[in-house]
Design a protein around this ligand. Structure first.
Ligand code: FVH
Length: 297
Protein backbone atom coordinates (compact mmCIF):
# COMPACT_ATOMS: atom_id res chain seq x y z
CA UNK A 1 0.00 0.00 0.00
CA UNK A 2 1.46 3.37 -0.99
CA UNK A 3 1.73 6.05 1.68
CA UNK A 4 -0.73 8.89 1.36
CA UNK A 5 1.15 12.17 0.56
CA UNK A 6 1.07 14.47 3.57
CA UNK A 7 -0.17 18.04 3.17
CA UNK A 8 2.45 20.62 4.12
CA UNK A 9 1.50 22.17 7.44
CA UNK A 10 0.39 25.79 7.18
CA UNK A 11 2.61 28.19 9.07
CA UNK A 12 1.32 29.61 12.38
CA UNK A 13 0.48 33.30 12.40
CA UNK A 14 -0.61 35.90 14.95
CA UNK A 15 -2.99 38.79 14.32
CA UNK A 16 -3.00 41.80 16.67
CA UNK A 17 -5.99 44.11 16.31
CA UNK A 18 -9.40 42.70 15.51
CA UNK A 19 -11.28 45.66 14.15
CA UNK A 20 -13.13 45.34 10.89
CA UNK A 21 -9.94 44.74 8.94
CA UNK A 22 -8.04 42.63 11.49
CA UNK A 23 -11.03 40.34 11.86
CA UNK A 24 -11.23 39.88 8.08
CA UNK A 25 -7.49 39.13 7.95
CA UNK A 26 -7.63 36.58 10.76
CA UNK A 27 -10.69 34.95 9.26
CA UNK A 28 -8.95 34.57 5.90
CA UNK A 29 -5.92 32.99 7.56
CA UNK A 30 -8.13 30.52 9.40
CA UNK A 31 -9.96 29.62 6.20
CA UNK A 32 -6.59 28.97 4.54
CA UNK A 33 -5.73 26.54 7.34
CA UNK A 34 -3.18 28.60 9.27
CA UNK A 35 -3.06 28.05 13.02
CA UNK A 36 -4.01 31.60 14.01
CA UNK A 37 -3.50 33.28 17.37
CA UNK A 38 -5.46 36.47 17.90
CA UNK A 39 -5.35 39.32 20.37
CA UNK A 40 -7.39 42.49 20.68
CA UNK A 41 -7.42 45.28 23.25
CA UNK A 42 -11.14 44.69 23.71
CA UNK A 43 -11.04 40.96 24.35
CA UNK A 44 -14.67 40.29 23.43
CA UNK A 45 -13.80 40.74 19.73
CA UNK A 46 -11.85 37.48 19.77
CA UNK A 47 -15.08 35.50 20.28
CA UNK A 48 -16.26 35.08 16.65
CA UNK A 49 -12.73 34.17 15.54
CA UNK A 50 -12.35 31.64 18.36
CA UNK A 51 -15.56 30.06 17.06
CA UNK A 52 -13.81 29.72 13.69
CA UNK A 53 -10.82 28.00 15.30
CA UNK A 54 -8.53 30.86 16.31
CA UNK A 55 -6.60 30.75 19.56
CA UNK A 56 -7.25 33.88 21.64
CA UNK A 57 -4.25 35.11 23.61
CA UNK A 58 -4.59 36.83 26.98
CA UNK A 59 -1.86 39.35 26.24
CA UNK A 60 -0.14 40.81 23.20
CA UNK A 61 3.08 39.22 24.47
CA UNK A 62 1.52 35.76 24.56
CA UNK A 63 0.20 36.36 21.08
CA UNK A 64 3.48 37.36 19.44
CA UNK A 65 5.40 34.50 21.02
CA UNK A 66 2.93 31.98 19.56
CA UNK A 67 4.05 32.49 15.93
CA UNK A 68 7.09 33.33 13.80
CA UNK A 69 4.94 35.91 11.99
CA UNK A 70 2.80 38.63 13.60
CA UNK A 71 0.43 40.79 11.56
CA UNK A 72 -0.69 43.99 13.26
CA UNK A 73 -3.61 46.15 12.08
CA UNK A 74 -4.60 48.93 14.51
CA UNK A 75 -6.08 52.37 13.99
CA UNK A 76 -2.78 54.27 13.85
CA UNK A 77 0.95 53.68 13.96
CA UNK A 78 1.04 55.55 17.28
CA UNK A 79 -1.16 52.72 18.61
CA UNK A 80 1.23 50.15 17.12
CA UNK A 81 4.26 51.80 18.67
CA UNK A 82 2.58 52.07 22.08
CA UNK A 83 1.43 48.45 21.98
CA UNK A 84 4.64 46.88 20.73
CA UNK A 85 7.36 48.97 22.38
CA UNK A 86 7.12 46.87 25.58
CA UNK A 87 7.10 43.64 23.50
CA UNK A 88 10.37 44.18 21.62
CA UNK A 89 12.12 41.31 23.38
CA UNK A 90 9.24 38.94 22.65
CA UNK A 91 9.29 39.95 18.98
CA UNK A 92 13.07 39.60 18.57
CA UNK A 93 13.95 36.99 15.93
CA UNK A 94 10.41 37.09 14.52
CA UNK A 95 8.78 38.92 11.62
CA UNK A 96 6.34 41.77 12.13
CA UNK A 97 4.07 42.78 9.24
CA UNK A 98 2.36 46.11 9.94
CA UNK A 99 -0.79 46.66 7.88
CA UNK A 100 -1.86 49.78 9.78
CA UNK A 101 -2.39 52.89 7.67
CA UNK A 102 0.50 55.32 8.09
CA UNK A 103 2.99 57.64 6.47
CA UNK A 104 6.33 56.68 4.90
CA UNK A 105 8.26 58.34 7.74
CA UNK A 106 6.26 56.40 10.35
CA UNK A 107 7.08 53.15 8.54
CA UNK A 108 10.77 54.04 8.40
CA UNK A 109 10.79 54.89 12.12
CA UNK A 110 9.10 51.58 12.98
CA UNK A 111 11.58 49.73 10.76
CA UNK A 112 14.45 51.46 12.55
CA UNK A 113 13.00 50.56 15.96
CA UNK A 114 12.51 46.95 14.82
CA UNK A 115 16.06 46.69 13.46
CA UNK A 116 17.45 47.94 16.77
CA UNK A 117 15.65 45.06 18.50
CA UNK A 118 16.40 42.24 16.05
CA UNK A 119 12.84 42.21 14.66
CA UNK A 120 12.29 41.74 10.93
CA UNK A 121 9.90 44.51 9.88
CA UNK A 122 7.72 44.57 6.78
CA UNK A 123 5.36 47.45 6.20
CA UNK A 124 2.19 47.03 4.20
CA UNK A 125 -0.71 48.89 2.67
CA UNK A 126 -4.04 47.16 2.16
CA UNK A 127 -5.74 48.05 -1.12
CA UNK A 128 -9.09 46.58 -0.18
CA UNK A 129 -11.98 46.98 2.21
CA UNK A 130 -12.58 44.14 4.71
CA UNK A 131 -15.23 42.48 2.52
CA UNK A 132 -12.66 42.18 -0.31
CA UNK A 133 -10.07 40.29 1.75
CA UNK A 134 -9.27 36.90 0.19
CA UNK A 135 -11.25 37.74 -2.94
CA UNK A 136 -9.95 38.48 -6.44
CA UNK A 137 -9.05 42.14 -6.98
CA UNK A 138 -7.74 42.73 -3.46
CA UNK A 139 -4.02 43.25 -3.04
CA UNK A 140 -1.60 44.31 -0.35
CA UNK A 141 1.56 46.35 -0.95
CA UNK A 142 4.68 45.35 0.99
CA UNK A 143 8.12 46.89 1.51
CA UNK A 144 11.04 46.39 3.86
CA UNK A 145 14.76 45.87 4.04
CA UNK A 146 14.51 42.07 4.23
CA UNK A 147 12.96 40.88 0.98
CA UNK A 148 13.95 37.29 1.80
CA UNK A 149 11.71 37.41 4.91
CA UNK A 150 8.86 38.63 2.72
CA UNK A 151 9.41 35.69 0.38
CA UNK A 152 9.51 33.31 3.33
CA UNK A 153 6.14 34.53 4.60
CA UNK A 154 4.57 35.20 1.23
CA UNK A 155 2.65 31.89 1.17
CA UNK A 156 0.94 33.00 4.39
CA UNK A 157 0.38 36.57 3.20
CA UNK A 158 -1.20 35.32 -0.01
CA UNK A 159 -4.09 33.97 2.08
CA UNK A 160 -5.06 37.62 2.71
CA UNK A 161 -4.88 39.02 -0.79
CA UNK A 162 -2.62 39.20 -3.80
CA UNK A 163 0.84 40.44 -2.80
CA UNK A 164 2.79 43.34 -4.36
CA UNK A 165 6.39 43.91 -3.28
CA UNK A 166 7.35 47.55 -3.92
CA UNK A 167 10.91 47.77 -2.60
CA UNK A 168 13.48 47.65 0.16
CA UNK A 169 12.75 51.13 1.52
CA UNK A 170 10.27 50.39 4.35
CA UNK A 171 8.44 53.64 3.55
CA UNK A 172 7.53 52.65 0.01
CA UNK A 173 4.43 50.57 0.77
CA UNK A 174 2.97 53.54 2.68
CA UNK A 175 3.94 55.90 -0.16
CA UNK A 176 2.17 53.72 -2.74
CA UNK A 177 -0.76 53.20 -0.39
CA UNK A 178 -1.27 56.92 0.29
CA UNK A 179 -0.78 57.78 -3.38
CA UNK A 180 -3.45 55.28 -4.44
CA UNK A 181 -5.79 56.39 -1.65
CA UNK A 182 -5.21 60.00 -2.69
CA UNK A 183 -6.72 59.10 -6.05
CA UNK A 184 -9.64 57.49 -4.23
CA UNK A 185 -10.21 60.49 -1.94
CA UNK A 186 -10.14 62.83 -4.95
CA UNK A 187 -12.91 60.73 -6.43
CA UNK A 188 -14.79 60.64 -3.11
CA UNK A 189 -14.66 64.45 -2.91
CA UNK A 190 -15.85 64.84 -6.49
CA UNK A 191 -18.68 62.36 -6.04
CA UNK A 192 -19.77 64.00 -2.76
CA UNK A 193 -19.79 67.46 -4.37
CA UNK A 194 -21.67 66.19 -7.43
CA UNK A 195 -24.43 64.57 -5.34
CA UNK A 196 -24.65 67.68 -3.14
CA UNK A 197 -25.05 69.92 -6.19
CA UNK A 198 -27.56 67.80 -8.09
CA UNK A 199 -29.50 67.28 -4.87
CA UNK A 200 -30.10 71.00 -4.46
CA UNK A 201 -32.89 70.71 -7.05
CA UNK A 202 -34.39 67.59 -5.52
CA UNK A 203 -32.99 65.22 -8.15
CA UNK A 204 -32.72 61.77 -6.59
CA UNK A 205 -29.21 60.43 -6.15
CA UNK A 206 -30.29 57.07 -7.63
CA UNK A 207 -31.47 58.83 -10.78
CA UNK A 208 -28.16 60.68 -11.17
CA UNK A 209 -25.90 57.75 -10.21
CA UNK A 210 -25.63 56.04 -13.64
CA UNK A 211 -24.66 59.31 -15.34
CA UNK A 212 -22.11 60.14 -12.68
CA UNK A 213 -20.62 56.65 -12.54
CA UNK A 214 -20.23 56.31 -16.28
CA UNK A 215 -18.72 59.78 -16.64
CA UNK A 216 -16.20 59.31 -13.81
CA UNK A 217 -15.10 55.95 -15.24
CA UNK A 218 -14.74 57.38 -18.77
CA UNK A 219 -12.72 60.36 -17.53
CA UNK A 220 -10.52 58.15 -15.35
CA UNK A 221 -9.76 55.80 -18.20
CA UNK A 222 -8.30 58.61 -20.28
CA UNK A 223 -6.96 60.88 -17.51
CA UNK A 224 -4.83 58.35 -15.61
CA UNK A 225 -2.73 56.98 -18.51
CA UNK A 226 -2.78 60.32 -20.34
CA UNK A 227 -1.35 62.19 -17.36
CA UNK A 228 1.31 59.51 -16.87
CA UNK A 229 2.39 59.80 -20.50
CA UNK A 230 2.59 63.59 -20.29
CA UNK A 231 4.53 63.51 -17.02
CA UNK A 232 7.04 60.95 -18.25
CA UNK A 233 7.63 62.69 -21.60
CA UNK A 234 7.33 66.28 -20.35
CA UNK A 235 4.80 66.97 -23.12
CA UNK A 236 1.95 68.87 -21.44
CA UNK A 237 0.54 70.74 -24.44
CA UNK A 238 -2.99 69.55 -25.07
CA UNK A 239 -5.71 69.51 -27.67
CA UNK A 240 -8.25 68.32 -25.08
CA UNK A 241 -8.70 70.97 -22.39
CA UNK A 242 -6.17 73.69 -21.54
CA UNK A 243 -5.40 75.04 -18.10
CA UNK A 244 -6.64 78.42 -19.37
CA UNK A 245 -10.08 77.06 -20.20
CA UNK A 246 -10.26 75.24 -16.86
CA UNK A 247 -9.22 78.40 -15.01
CA UNK A 248 -11.96 80.32 -16.81
CA UNK A 249 -14.58 77.66 -15.98
CA UNK A 250 -13.83 77.08 -12.30
CA UNK A 251 -15.51 80.31 -11.08
CA UNK A 252 -18.75 78.99 -12.63
CA UNK A 253 -18.54 75.93 -10.41
CA UNK A 254 -17.76 77.97 -7.29
CA UNK A 255 -20.53 80.48 -7.89
CA UNK A 256 -23.03 77.67 -8.66
CA UNK A 257 -22.15 75.97 -5.37
CA UNK A 258 -22.80 79.26 -3.53
CA UNK A 259 -26.00 80.04 -5.44
CA UNK A 260 -27.36 76.54 -4.86
CA UNK A 261 -26.53 76.78 -1.16
CA UNK A 262 -23.72 74.24 -0.81
CA UNK A 263 -20.16 74.63 0.37
CA UNK A 264 -17.34 74.95 -2.15
CA UNK A 265 -14.69 74.19 0.48
CA UNK A 266 -13.44 71.04 -1.26
CA UNK A 267 -12.93 72.80 -4.60
CA UNK A 268 -11.96 76.38 -3.71
CA UNK A 269 -8.24 75.49 -3.35
CA UNK A 270 -8.16 74.46 -7.03
CA UNK A 271 -8.69 78.09 -8.05
CA UNK A 272 -5.38 79.20 -6.55
CA UNK A 273 -3.50 76.36 -8.24
CA UNK A 274 -5.02 77.17 -11.65
CA UNK A 275 -4.35 80.89 -11.18
CA UNK A 276 -0.74 80.10 -10.42
CA UNK A 277 -0.48 77.85 -13.48
CA UNK A 278 -1.59 80.68 -15.72
CA UNK A 279 0.64 83.22 -13.96
CA UNK A 280 3.63 80.95 -14.51
CA UNK A 281 2.95 80.65 -18.23
CA UNK A 282 1.25 77.24 -18.54
CA UNK A 283 -2.05 78.45 -20.02
CA UNK A 284 -1.83 76.19 -23.09
CA UNK A 285 -0.87 73.07 -21.12
CA UNK A 286 -3.35 70.41 -20.09
CA UNK A 287 -4.29 69.33 -16.58
CA UNK A 288 -1.29 66.98 -16.68
CA UNK A 289 0.80 70.00 -15.61
CA UNK A 290 -0.87 70.09 -12.17
CA UNK A 291 1.26 67.41 -10.43
CA UNK A 292 4.38 69.45 -11.16
CA UNK A 293 2.75 72.60 -9.81
CA UNK A 294 2.08 70.77 -6.53
CA UNK A 295 5.79 70.32 -5.90
CA UNK A 296 6.93 72.67 -3.14
CA UNK A 297 10.05 74.54 -4.16
N1 FVH B 1 -11.54 49.28 6.99
C1 FVH B 1 -11.05 49.61 5.80
O1 FVH B 1 -11.74 49.57 4.80
C2 FVH B 1 -9.62 50.06 5.63
C3 FVH B 1 -8.98 49.40 4.43
C4 FVH B 1 -7.53 49.75 4.24
C5 FVH B 1 -6.75 49.63 5.55
N2 FVH B 1 -7.41 50.34 6.61
C6 FVH B 1 -6.59 50.54 7.79
O2 FVH B 1 -6.60 49.40 8.63
C7 FVH B 1 -6.43 49.82 9.98
C8 FVH B 1 -7.55 49.24 10.84
O3 FVH B 1 -8.79 49.62 10.28
P1 FVH B 1 -10.18 48.95 10.77
O4 FVH B 1 -11.18 49.27 9.74
O5 FVH B 1 -9.94 47.56 11.17
O6 FVH B 1 -10.46 49.86 12.07
P2 FVH B 1 -11.37 49.52 13.34
O7 FVH B 1 -12.46 48.59 12.98
O8 FVH B 1 -11.75 50.83 13.93
O9 FVH B 1 -10.37 48.75 14.32
C9 FVH B 1 -9.30 49.39 14.96
C10 FVH B 1 -8.49 48.39 15.73
O10 FVH B 1 -7.41 49.07 16.37
C11 FVH B 1 -7.46 48.72 17.79
N3 FVH B 1 -6.85 49.79 18.55
C12 FVH B 1 -7.06 51.12 18.45
N4 FVH B 1 -6.31 51.79 19.31
C13 FVH B 1 -5.59 50.88 20.00
C14 FVH B 1 -4.64 50.95 21.03
N5 FVH B 1 -4.24 52.13 21.54
N6 FVH B 1 -4.08 49.81 21.49
C15 FVH B 1 -4.46 48.61 20.99
N7 FVH B 1 -5.39 48.46 20.00
C16 FVH B 1 -5.94 49.59 19.52
C17 FVH B 1 -8.91 48.53 18.07
O11 FVH B 1 -9.03 47.84 19.29
P3 FVH B 1 -10.45 47.89 20.12
O12 FVH B 1 -10.96 49.31 19.98
O13 FVH B 1 -11.34 46.89 19.46
O14 FVH B 1 -10.08 47.55 21.49
C18 FVH B 1 -9.32 47.72 16.84
O15 FVH B 1 -8.92 46.38 16.98
C19 FVH B 1 -6.44 51.35 9.97
O16 FVH B 1 -5.12 51.82 9.99
C20 FVH B 1 -7.10 51.67 8.65
O17 FVH B 1 -6.74 52.96 8.14
C21 FVH B 1 -8.77 49.85 6.86
Amino acid sequence: MSARPTQPAQSPVTVLGLGLMGTALASALLKAGHPTTVWNRTAAKTGPLAAQGATPADTARDAVTASPLTIVCLTTNENVRALLAPEATALAGRTLVNLTNGSPSQARELAQWAAEHGITYIDGGIMAVPQMIATPGAYILYSGTDEAAYETHRPTLRALADTRWVGKDPGLAALYDLSLLTGMYGMVMGVAQAYALIGTEGIAAREFAPLLGDFVVAMTQSLVPGTAEALDTGQHLTDVSSLAVNQAALPNFLSAYAEQGISGALFEPLQAVLDRAIAEGYAADGLSRLPELLKQS
